[in-house]
Write a protein of this length. Structure first.
Lengths: 234, 236
């Protein structure tokens, strides 16, 4: 009796280094699945660190590193992690990475560390990081998890930078400390002497956290007006 | 998974993480310490920004340390304003001194040997709206005129209270004010609604009443312990 052994045909997903799926993992969270504007995660720190571009940029980089590498580490460990203590393990990994980031920052850019140390510490509690670990890294392979982490970190970082650029420019008349518009001779456009911009006043409200909330709202509005599928998904 | 596995897993994980972290922290420690000292010195020099003849914010760490070594002499005072030997002003932390009983406190003085005479930089510390604020006040050789001041804070509101540090216009107001009026100590007042006595007062920051009040109080109380020292130096 000729019995053909049919090996179970599992539809093997083609493992690609950087195929369509990988691209999607990286790009989706930047736009259509943005952690801040669509998943509404990590809003509080987005309000706190976006008064100026430089700290926002460093915060963005730190979060990208932490989400990326914590996803990678947890994904590598995922089969060995005992289910009962998986959250504790995730927290230890996040806290470890955040501490490393903080220590390195303190050594290489003390002034920014001085401004950001509280918020860097709070990356540990940033829901994006743990959210991605639970939702993605615990069930997926390392490389993809890493990309998913980078993508989500970048999505969060992008919002931070957009907010910071708008807030620093309108609130302080500067970008990255480069003085662009405001009263005084050290600004590029001096509103005290300029004929065209004499009416301009920097808007102090933009420096306060509340303004970031308005801006996030406006970004969410624009994004949903352009892509109607996003309405009511969160 | 058995309890045994979980226990061992936890132990190994904790051990690995703590060992790696210990190495990272120890490895970066020398850099942290040197950064901290540069940062502190920069903050102190901030009070005499305009007298330095160089842009402080563009100076490299090494230049700041060099400037500090060459131009600054340090002294430490005790609570009665007498010099204490064997202590360096840069090792005094105002935050730590504040916690001691008043009679045991030490006060740092940095003497800047400028081209136009000495400037005496003294430290003050007080309370803002949300948290601590502090400052460095530079006094000229007549021990009356303020040559400059700079302020710092832990967490005052950006755009409002934080202006004491961020807004150069606020800081610059202190230049040229005098702390004595007819031989009486009056400090430099920070007055809401605009300074009336242009020699001894500066304008407060609008929208930052409590922080301004804090600066006012800090100047008044903070300069007081230095007065005996000023008196003595004046006689010399």
């Amino acid at each position: 009796m000729a019995e053909t052994i049919v090996s179970p045909v599992v539809e093997q997903e083609k493992e690609e280094w950087f195929g369509k799926k990988e691209r999607k993992l990286l790009v989706d969270p930047i736009n259509n699945d943005n952690p801040v504007t669509v998943q509404i995660l990590g809003v509080c720190s987005a309000l706190a660190v976006t008064t100026m571009v430089e700290p926002a940029l460093i915060m963005a980089i730190s979060v990208v590193l932490v989400t990326g590498f914590s996803n990678l580490v947890i994904s590598l460990l995922r089969k060995g992690i005992p289910k009962q203590i998986r959250m504790i393990v995730q927290l230890v990994v996040i806290a470890f990475l955040v501490t490393v980031v903080e220590q390195v920052l303190k050594a290489y850019n003390y002034e920014v560390w001085n401004k950001l140390s509280v918020f860097i510490g709070l990356i540990i509690t940033n829901c994006i990081v743990m959210g991605r670990l639970e939702a993605y890294a615990m069930a997926n392979k390392p490389w993809r998890s890493f990309l998913d982490g980078l993508g989500n970190g970048a999505g969060y970082g992008l919002i931070l930078i957009i907010l910071a650029v708008i807030r620093e420019l309108t609130g302080k008349g500067a970008i990255m400390g480069l003085r662009i518009i405001g009263p005084g001779a050290d600004y590029l456009i001096d509103t005290q002497t300029s004929a065209v911009f004499g009416w301009y006043q920097p808007n102090g409200l933009m420096v306060l956290p509340a303004s970031a909330l308005f801006l996030v709202g406006i970004i969410i509005w624009i994004q949903r007006a352009r892509n109607r599928k996003l309405i009511d998904v969160s | 998974m058995s309890n045994r596995y979980i226990t061992i897993y936890t132990l190994v994980m904790t051990l690995v993480v703590s060992i790696v972290l210990a190495f990272v922290v120890k490895g970066l420690e020398p850099m942290h310490i040197s950064n901290e000292s540069v940062f502190k010195k920069k903050e102190i020099l901030g009070a005499i920004k305009d007298q330095l003849g160089a842009d402080l914010s563009k100076m490299a760490d090494k230049e700041i340390l060099e400037l500090f070594d060459q131009r600054i002499e340090q002294a430490v005072l005790d609570a009665s304003g007498k010099k204490v030997e064997g202590l360096k002003a840069e090792s005094i932390s105002m935050a730590a001194e504040e916690k001691k009983p008043e009679a045991e406190r030490h006060y740092p003085v940095f003497i800047y040997k400028g081209d136009k005479g000495n400037l005496y930089l003294v430290s003050v510390r007080g309370m803002g709206l949300w948290d601590k604020i502090w400052g460095t006040v530079a006094i000229e050789e007549d021990f009356n005129t303020v040559a400059g001041a700079s302020f710092g804070h832990v967490g005052e509101t950006p755009g409002l209270g934080a202006e004491i540090k961020d807004n150069p216009a606020f800081r610059k107001q202190f230049q040229g004010k005098t702390i004595f009026k007819d031989g009486q100590y009056v400090s430099v007042g920070v007055i809401k609604g605009g300074a009336r006595d242009k020699e001894h007062q500066v304008d407060a920051i609008s929208g930052a009443t409590i922080t301004s009040r804090g600066v006012n109080e800090m100047m008044e109380r903070g300069l007081r312990p230095y007065l005996p020292y000023f008196e003595e130096m004046k006689k010399k």
